[in-house]
Structures are given as structure tokens and as C-alpha cells.
Design a protein around this ligand. Structure first.
Ligand code: IMP
Ligand code: MG
Length: 185
């Protein structure tokens, strides 16, 4: 069975993602170039892992890697409303430049929680980078601002390039929308 056959449409092709990630890497390189200190790239597992791996190779700066797991969704497509902190960073970020790397911002509640938590640890700077943004879905309780955004997408549930539906489709190289019958069970 081919994963592609479950897609109703491709929203962002592999080529488009590649081009945009390269641009984002150049922009980040430019923005941090006057500060030689390391930039800590925080990967929000698991969804960001594919974007993260590509983005960090597009940044020409001294970068350090760290990982977090924050759970905000249940098995399906809807937010549980609860943000659960599963795995913390392994290094201190006090006095460091930090860039949070996310796959997608939907309600914005996950990042609001995360940002508020990281801010208390005394980072020198704290910015947010996301591949995808669904601004229409933002919850009024979200207080985040996005510093780097790959693509604004409509209010549709997407999979691929790290994003899952029930843990599946993360390894699709493009971002797409599933056929409606996939959700019918
Ligand atoms: P938020 O807290 O509502 O902004 O949710 C962010 C998280 O929900 C992301 O990191 C994803 O794991 C998940 N998510 C939100 N929208 C989608 C989607 O369209 N496809 C797959 N996962 C999504
Ligand atoms: Mg998910």
C-alpha cells in the first residue's frame, strides 16, 4: 500500500518545501550573524523532526541541538485542550539564544505553554519558527508571535513532512490533505 494513495491532494510539494526551508535558513543565518554565540535549536518532537533536520542544515551559524516532547493532542485530529509536558531539554538555556522549531501552529496553545515555560529560564533571546501556520484556528488564549513562518495554510488537517494522523504519514515527503474516507471508522 502506498501512502500517497491516501492523499486527496498535495498542499505543498517536496520542491516548494525545499525552496522555502532554504530561504528560512538564510534568513535565520542573517538575523543571528552579528552574534557569534551559539543558537540553541529546540525541536518539538515528534512532528518537527523532519523540518528540523532540514532547517538546521540550512543555517550557517554555530547551532546546538536539543529536544522536547509536549503533548497537546489525543489520537485524532482535535485538541484535547490539555498540554502535557513529556520530555524536557537536556541542557540549560540560561543566557542562550533559543529558537523553538515547530511543525505547525494551530490553536497556538502548545507554544503558548512552552514559551511561557522557557521564558522563566532566562534565555538571552527566545524566538519561534514554524513550518506551517493556520492563523484562522488561533485560540484567543494564545499569546505567541511567530518570528519565522514557512507557509500559511487554510483550516484543513494536514499530514506529511513530520505531521501525522494517528502517528501515520510522518514520512511522506510532502504536505497533503487526506481523503475523507481515511477518517471514517
Ligand atoms: P496547537 O497547540 O493547537 O497549536 O497544536 C499544535 C500541535 O498540534 C502541532 O505541533 C501538531 O502536532 C498538532 N497539529 C495541529 N494541526 C495539525 C494538522 O493539521 N496535522 C497534524 N497535526 C496537527
Ligand atoms: Mg501530532
Amino acid at each position: 500500500m502506498k501512502l500517497h494513495e491516501d492523499l486527496e491532494k498535495v498542499l505543498i510539494s517536496e520542491e516548494e518545501i525545499k525552496r522555502r526551508v532554504a530561504e528560512m535558513g538564510r534568513q535565520i543565518t542573517e538575523d543571528y550573524k552579528d552574534d557569534p554565540e551559539p543558537l540553541v535549536l529546540v525541536c518539538i518532537l515528534k512532528g518537527s523532526v523532519v523540518f528540523y533536520a532540514d532547517l538546521l542544515r540550512a543555517i550557517d551559524h554555530d547551532c546546538r541541538l536539543d529536544f522536547m516532547i509536549v503533548k497537546s493532542y489525543g489520537a485524532g485530529r482535535e485538541s484535547s485542550g490539555n498540554v502535557q509536558f513529556v520530555k524536557d531539554l537536556s541542557e540549560s538555556i540560561t543566557g542562550k539564544h533559543v529558537l523553538i522549531v515547530e511543525d505547525i501552529i494551530d490553536s497556538g496553545l502548545t507554544l503558548t505553554f512552552l514559551r511561557n515555560n522557557l521564558i522563566t529560564r532566562g534565555a538571552k533571546s527566545l524566538k519561534i519558527c514554524t513550518l506551517l501556520d493556520k492563523p484562522e484556528r488561533r485560540n484567543p488564549n494564545s499569546t505567541i508571535t511567530v518570528d519565522y513562518r514557512g507557509f500559511v495554510i487554510p483550516n484543513e488537517f494536514v499530514v506529511g513532512y513530520g505531521l501525522d494522523y494517528d502517528e501515520k504519514y510522518r514520512n511522506l515527503p510532502e504536505v497533503g490533505v487526506l481523503k475523507p474516507e481515511i477518517y471514517a471508522d
